[in-house]
Design a protein around this ligand. Structure first.
Ligand SMILES: CC(C)(COP(=O)(O)OP(=O)(O)OC[C@H]1O[C@@H](n2cnc3c(N)ncnc32)[C@H](O)[C@@H]1OP(=O)(O)O)[C@@H](O)C(=O)NCCC(=O)NCCS
Length: 328
């Protein structure tokens, strides 16, 4: 008897944004008090960002991850203790260790001993986590996997550097992936090139009780821009090819929400501009949280429906990039 294939299906999505919303004008006014000049016009024209959310001083990535996870579990109709694996994609964990995923497990009250670990691929983290979860499910190891992207980038922003501090925001998004006889995730492609590690980084570490190096985000914006546009187009085609599909099969494209100009350029090459989900205008770049946040918005407002084919694609520090193609 042949065993039927196992696929991973998205059966629930959820997201969370911290209460404090900061518009470009509010941020520009705040920066002006430090002698830093920027404007709503500049930020909108160069990035498409109009506003972002910042976490409260005592709010952590795991706090936001738990809120997003609860909403995803709710949609999936699952209890938290039915989860077999928790993965949190984050570059802004609560601590050096334990992992944010272990903290999420505890805050969700899960006592079943399920596996829990973090994934560190910066803004590609959610694509990496989805692909990893898919492999665990297809191997038969786990049935219900909670995949979360959660970030508090506001903690690593240098508010004296106008070239970066206007770009990022905080938030969390989550999906529940479940084993199913029907697809499900159709294909994925992940890549990295560590030779570009210096163009987008937080080059610090903890040493002898203090931070050694820099604890702020550094970015060479133009180098990142050029590389991002190139690799996103390539990886989208790779994922399509693996699934045996043409770009016209995509119903919704959810690129990492970093910069509207990068997103539009990629979408244009796939002839998918009208199918692109955009939340960067209201969320800013929330790194690993940006894709699941956008996915949840488009699921809950009714754009993404059962049976639709969705492509997510991310790019970020490392340098890392990846795409996942799935049917809802
Ligand atoms: C960061 C980014 C928006 C900058 O846009 P750009 O068109 O490359 O702008 P430049 O860096 O060439 O700077 C142009 C001018 O704007 C100025 N500028 C930079 N930030 C500014 C700000 N917040 N407000 C006003 N002026 C600003 C620069 O100082 C520069 O001034 P100058 O010409 O007098 O030297 C752009 O490079 C970008 O989007 N990069 C990719 C970022 C990204 O998506 N990262 C995440 C990937 S995961």
């Amino acid at each position: 008897m042949t065993q039927s294939a196992i696929y991973s299906r998205v059966v629930g999505t959820g997201s969370y944004l911290p209460a404090r919303r900061v518009t470009n004008q509010q941020l520009a006014d705040e920066l002006a008090t430090r002698g830093i000049e920027t404007s709503d016009e500049w930020i909108v024209a160069r990035t498409g960002i109009q506003a972002r959310h910042f976490a409260a001083p005592d709010q952590t990535s795991s706090d936001m991850a738990v809120e997003a996870a609860r909403r995803a579990l709710d949609m999936a109709g699952l209890r938290a203790d039915q989860i077999d694996l928790i993965m949190v994609a984050t570059s802004t964990p609560d601590f050096v260790f334990p992992s944010t995923a272990c903290l999420v497990q505890s805050k969700l009250g899960i006592t079943n001993g399920c596996a829990a670990f973090d994934i560190q691929a910066v803004c590609s983290g959610f694509a990496y986590a989805m692909a990893t979860a898919d492999n665990f499910i297809r191997s038969g190891a786990y049935r219900n996997v909670l995949v979360i992207g959660a970030e508090t980038f506001s903690r690593i922003l240098d508010f004296n550097d106008r070239t970066t501090c206007v770009l990022f925001g905080d938030g969390a998004g989550a999906v529940v992936l479940q084993a199913s006889a029907e697809p499900g995730i159709l294909s994925s492609a992940l890549h990295a090139d560590g030779s570009h590690s210096n163009i987008l980084c937080v080059p610090g570490n903890v040493n002898a009780g203090a931070v050694q190096g820099e604890a702020f985000l550094y970015m060479d914006g133009q180098a990142v821009f050029k590389l991002a546009v190139k690799v996103l187009e390539k990886v989208a085609h790779e994922a399509l090819e693996k699934a045996g599909l043409e770009a016209s099969a995509i119903d919704w494209l959810i690129p990492h929400q970093a910069n509207l100009r990068i997103m539009t350029s990629t979408a244009r090459k796939l002839d998918a501009e009208a199918k692109m989900v955009v939340t960067v205008d209201q969320h800013g770049n929330t790194s690993a949280a940006s894709i699941p946040l956008a996915l949840d918005v488009a699921v809950r407002d009714g754009r993404i429906k059962a049976g639709h084919t969705v492509m997510i694609e991310g790019v970020g520090g490392g340098f890392t990039w990846g795409a996942v193609l799935f049917r809802m």
